[in-house]
Design a protein around this ligand. Structure first.
Ligand code: BGC
Length: 447
């Protein structure tokens, strides 16, 4: 383990579509999806969200008071290029980046956090190889304007969710039900990632990674079919994206793409981002319960997702399993060895309906930071941790019903109120030594 630790980066995260509001931007595939009756559980949309586009100064001030070193936000592609191509308008992000720099907070933008410009979605979105090249053009425009002040870049967020939920199962935008025919969506996002890395570097950007969701897959039952099904799910969720990026090859049976693509996709990264929420219990087909969303899955899937019992649950119903973070990090380290660059936890957090007295979020964060310290003690090189999320926000198909924020947002008045977890994280950051976890491995944070 690398004991000569560089300063550990404490951050918070959010995404454009979930907080900004639609003023001044073009529509995305998610706007069109949310407008379809029945898609969003509370019937809302993201036209206002938290109104961050007008309130970003107040939000940056909250982050400054919190004491974070970095803010992971996303750039709305349809704000920059409403048609997904052509002249780029980066004025809002220019102001946001200046505001962050003035507050001493490192801006860490994600280029693509699910909000595909609508015209590109209508042209096939990620089923269309051309979207990868469009992403790279957009990446160039962003970096040309911001690379002088942005010290850390994320290409894309959770390509697995976009593929599975968006194009495979139709639960997220664009609501396509392609099942395994959605596999090219995975490849095109990976290619887009690789081309964006090239474009960013060519424009002078450095310190580039992506944010990939990872979930330890636990096998339900002990039949061969259970093990096979769990293995398949594990490949789809965890390795279909990471293997091409970190090893330059697809898992067996999933090979695709044109000659030369994998070379682009596997260009070295400066760091690798892990979004962790909980493990997934998977077995033979039949248990058609998706414990993440409560959705019924199509019965003909070659795996079944089981409800993971015996753990406390978040407001979403997701099991709280801090050790799953340690498990996935050590699994990644074992699978990739030296090919795994330093890691950042680019998302970790929980939804609870509590208003401001959110003791359960404090317990969640405390538990996960202890598990992270444990993973580091076991030799995983982790350099930063970003809480999802700074603000309560538009939680995709859940609308405004799932609150992930350290800061409460009243969605009628847009008033922000720091929760108890905000105060806890503030105190934690102020006490954590630069060498965290250092000698504090037994347990980070206030006693
Ligand atoms: C996404 C976020 C989302 C969070 C909680 C992640 O999958 O990147 O946008 O809000 O999980 O569901």
């Amino acid at each position: 383990m690398n004991n000569a630790r560089v300063n550990f980066l404490w951050g918070v995260a959010a995404s454009a579509f979930q907080i900004e509001g639609a003023a001044g931007r073009g529509p995305s595939g998610w706007d069109a999806f949310a407008a379809q009756p029945g898609r969003i559980k509370d019937g809302t949309d993201a036209s206002v969200a938290t109104g961050h586009v007008d309130r970003y100064r107040e939000d940056v001030a909250l982050m400054k008071e919190l004491g974070v070193g970095a803010y992971r936000f996303s750039i709305s592609w349809p704000r920059v290029q409403p048609s997904g191509t052509g002249p780029a308008n980066l004025d809002f992000y220019d102001r946001l980046v200046d505001e962050l720099c003035a507050a001493g907070i490192a801006p860490a933008p994600t280029l693509y956090h699910w909000d595909t410009p609508l015209p590109l979605e209508e042209a096939g979105g990620w089923t269309n190889r051309d979207t990868a090249y469009k992403l790279a053009d957009y990446a160039s425009a962003v970096a040309e304007r911001l690379a002088d002040r942005v010290p850390m870049w994320i290409t894309i967020n959770e390509p697995a969710e976009v593929t599975l939920l968006g194009y495979g199962l139709g639960q997220h935008a664009p609501g396509r039900n392609l099942l395994f025919d959605a596999l090219p969506v995975a490849h095109h996002q990976l290619l887009g990632h690789g081309l964006a890395v090239q474009a960013l570097r060519a424009a002078g950007a450095d310190n580039i990674g992506l944010a990939a969701s990872h979930s330890p897959v636990w096998t339900a039952g002990d039949t061969d079919q259970d093990r096979q099904s769990a293995g398949l799910y594990d490949t789809l969720m965890n390795w279909l994206f990471a293997d091409p990026i970190l090893l330059g090859r697809y898992p067996e049976g999933f090979e695709q793409g044109a000659d030369g693509d994998l070379e682009i996709i596997s260009a070295p990264l400066d760091w690798y981002g892990v979004n962790y929420y909980s493990p997934t219990l998977v077995g033979a087909p039949g248990a058609a319960l998706d414990s993440y969303s409560g959705f019924d899955l199509p019965p003909d899937l070659p795996f079944g997702i089981h409800d993971l019992q015996g753990y406390p649950r978040t407001g979403f119903g997701w099991p709280v399993v801090p050790d799953g973070l340690r498990e996935i990090l050590t699994t990644l380290r074992d699978r990739y060895g030296d090919r795994l660059p330093p890691v950042h936890i680019t998302e970790n957090g929980c939804s609870y309906p509590d208003e401001v007295a959110d003791t359960r979020r404090i317990d969640y964060l405390d538990g996960h930071l202890r598990a992270l310290a444990q993973a580091m003690a076991e030799g995983v090189d982790v350099r930063g941790y970003f809480v999802w999320s700074i603000l309560d926000n538009f939680e995709w198909i859940e609308g405004y019903t799932q609150r992930f924020g350290l800061v409460h947002v009243d969605f009628d008045t847009l008033r922000r109120t720091p929760k108890d977890s905000y105060r806890w994280y503030q105190e934690f950051i102020s006490r954590a030594p630069d060498s965290w976890p250092g000698t504090h491995r037994a347990g980070p944070g206030p006693a």
